[in-house]
Design a protein around this ligand. Sequence first.
Ligand code: ATP
Ligand code: MG
Length: 460
Amino acid sequence: MLPETIKKFVARLFSGARTGPQRLPVEKHGIDRRQVSRHAIKVCEVLRQHGYEAYVVGGAVRDLIVGLQPKDFDVATNATPEQVKPLFRRARIIGRRFRLVHVVFGPEIIETSTFRAPSSNGSEHTDEHGRILRDNEYGTHEEDAARRDFTLNALYYDPLTEEVIDFHNGVADLKKRVVRMIGDPERRYREDPVRMLRAVRFAAKLSAEIEPATLAPIRRLAPLIENVPASRLFDETLKLLTCGHAMDCLRKLREVGLHQDLMPLLDVVFNVSEGEHFVDLALARTDIRVRAGKPVSPSFLFAALLWKLVYQRWQSLVAQGGHPTQTLLDAADSVLDEQSSKMAIQRRFIADIREIWFMQSRFERVNARAIWRMLEQPRFRAAVDFLQLRAEAHEVDSVMAQWWMDLANAAPEDRIPMVEAYQAAQRGERPASAVKKRRRRRPRRKPVSSGENIPQPSNE
Ligand code: ATP
Ligand code: MG
């Protein structure tokens, strides 16, 4: 344990705060209290009634100030988890390394954590590159601000006084759209290399610039990302891809030198021919969904990111005389094996990704009976969306893709004549497209080419 005086001195150095925090009134930050989760307000009120300090903190405050809808609301307090828990009817202490409290209000969880101190600088707490291995000491409010990553993430909103407490000039940076590291950037990246990815994500999400001193060490320290545990890298990649500005994030990662060899996925995206275009289309759709507040499926995203690589391997195996369905499975497995050793794509996602890919080989060559089985697959809808994406990328015929989309959208009773028409086409009586044209309910997108690729019946 460091003597208290040294700890305080170190905390002061980290925080750079000499005159205490700014307390900004509503006119300076513009947060409309009605936009704040009433459950987060409740947590702060209850803690305050019991004599503790409590604030809404982090991403929610940042997003509210710039007029974005926060994903979730976190609270920071000087009460320990053991003091917080009994104050709420539904609360549980979680986390082993750093314990915090989940206060549950129906579907909403308010994550309530105790102020933490910046990591001690001793080597026993870090690996040989300076990465923090232990980070679990409680601290003061000021220390809690100093251990956060960027100034715009170290803001505390007091719902009772409606003030924002700002130790590091974060509101000004946020308004100027500057992502600035608190403390010495190099040391802070060494402590946690994921902060490099976070800098990029916030810059893309907020249309901000990374401040020069914060940007400078990134290219040199980029290889430290390799030391980040795979599961954390996966989570962070998912956050990048679902922040609503995914392509901007990927471009920025490339720009600052964070893509090469670090995130195997990104190498794939940018190096496979046509890969970038395909991913561009996929991410544009994802961004639209995220910004409209709709959920996005991680499986779909990763299926899209890795598809061109799978596709190339698949095509070359087919060219060597392999069976289309089996070779697709082989190509899929080889790509997934490679990727998941570097980034822990969770098992449940892997199963879904395989399913989405596997169905791609069937869309183009399936018999009518198998269509009914495909319709029962839980990932059928995602696979059809994926087929649309491939059509948009001119990889398959858009009329064929639309036929499947219509089938997916059709009411169960309307599917029967569609499949019958397909069967008729299979027997060579008339093209399925003829029936589809009569039955269509929504204006159809303009086909890319003639309907020569209408689902081709096969005798599988
Ligand atoms: P969002 O949830 O929108 O992705 P966020 O800023 O809320 O963004 P979280 O990962 O939820 O990000 O973290 C909450 C807060 O915790 C951050 O605002 C920041 O203050 C702090 N924080 C998170 N990760 C780090 C880190 N790696 N280093 C330092 N502080 C961090
Ligand atoms: Mg958050």
